[in-house]
Design a protein around this ligand. Structure first.
Ligand SMILES: Cc1cc2nc3c(=O)[nH]c(=O)nc-3n(C[C@H](O)[C@H](O)[C@H](O)COP(=O)(O)OP(=O)(O)OC[C@H]3O[C@@H](n4cnc5c(N)ncnc54)[C@H](O)[C@@H]3O)c2cc1C
Length: 309
């Protein structure tokens, strides 16, 4: 879970600096289970803002509460998971705190009384080493770069955060949520991801070939931007620089050429398998296993084999 990577980053910084403590902040409604789970991450406190007005993740409300809690507790560093949602929330919180912010941090180390960070830039082609001026500082961390904190037996104390609905911003209105069409896991959370590229000629083909292999493996599905741009797959499936960044144990790329913008979103996968009919496709440069084949021929055979295993 990406949030645990953020907790892992905080725990790692506290450990490396030989002192210091971190709190975890949970925001939402009906958080008893979440708070209980977070109690064993080694935090000094689990701060829980549990209120019906926080049932939907509205960025302006969450940012206002994060900023208020950070001020009240004198926090020096705010760490969140790099995600589509945190891109909406954390910069708002940083602005309210007049704090500097770094996104996509992949390494964080104490440096005297300060911190030194590494962050990914230019689709993963540059790793910048940076310091942030001022305090507090806000960062989002890549889930693949940090491990979850060691679970503790003793539970952190739970501290309720008072929430007054009337004092929260109400510039953003919750309109609705489209349920996920298929019951597949989300690509950012899944251990296995099967992605399809321009080789797939229609939504039906994508579902049959990419979806079929994903289901046979219990995997999530992903897509290159080429398919999103052509309307074959929804934007929520896009993997890459302007899509989701994933680091599963297994990533299978079907008919994807391996443009740098796509690889920025999947090159940290532990094992990469590519099937492409062009033996010179750049995806084979990062693939651990490659098959030069037509996905329309090879993948249905793989699905059949997996079904009979
Ligand atoms: C600013 C910017 C941001 C971008 N962000 C992203 C991003 O987040 N994610 C992303 O994916 N792209 C992104 N792109 C687009 C990226 O540059 C590529 O255009 C895109 O990734 C190509 O998708 P593709 O590999 O599916 O298509 P193509 O590059 O067209 O490759 C298709 C591949 O399929 C193979 N193929 C064709 N038919 C078959 C078959 N039957 N069997 C097997 N193989 C077959 C071909 O050999 C080819 O290698 C971005 C571009 C820009 C400029």
């Amino acid at each position: 879970m990406a949030t645990l990577a953020a907790a892992g980053c905080a725990a790692q910084l506290c450990g490396a600096s030989g002192g210091g403590a971190f709190d975890l902040l949970a925001l939402g409604a009906g958080l008893n289970g979440v708070a209980a789970a977070l109690q064993h991450c080694g935090a000094a406190h689990v701060l829980v803002a549990d209120h019906p007005s926080l049932a939907e993740p509205l960025a302006d409300r969450f940012a206002a509460l994060i900023a208020r809690v950070a001020r009240e507790r004198g926090s020096t560093l705010l760490v969140g998971a790099a995600s589509t949602f945190s891109k909406d929330v954390l910069p708002r919180a940083a602005a309210l705190l007049d704090a500097g912010m770094l996104s996509d941090v992949v390494d964080a180390q104490p440096d005297g009384n300060d911190f030194i960070f590494k962050r990914v830039m230019f689709a993963g082609n540059v790793i910048a080493t940076v310091k942030l001026a001022g305090s507090p500082k806000v960062i989002s961390v890549r889930a693949a770069a940090f491990t979850a904190p060691a679970m503790t037996e003793a539970g952190s104390s739970i501290v309720p955060v008072a929430v007054e609905a009337a004092s929260l911003p109400d510039q953003i209105e919750f309109v609705g949520r489209d349920p996920k069409v298929a019951g597949r896991p989300d690509a950012t959370e899944a251990k296995r991801v099967v992605s399809g590229g321009r080789a797939l000629k229609s939504a039906d083909d994508f579902e049959r070939v990419v979806g079929g292999l994903a289901d046979a493996l219990g995997a999530a599905v992903g897509s290159s931007r080429a398919l999103v741009d052509s309307g074959i797959t929804p934007n929520s499936l896009q993997i890459g620089q302007t899509g989701k960044v994933v680091a599963p144990e297994l990533y299978i790329a079907l008919g994807i050429s391996g443009a740098i913008q796509h690889m920025a979103g999947m090159k940290d996968a532990k094992v990469i398998v590519a099937i492409n009919k062009d033996a010179d496709a750049p995806i084979f440069e990062v693939a651990d296993y490659g098959l030069v084949a037509d996905v329309y021929e090879a993948v249905p055979q793989m699905i059949e084999r997996l079904k009979h295993q």
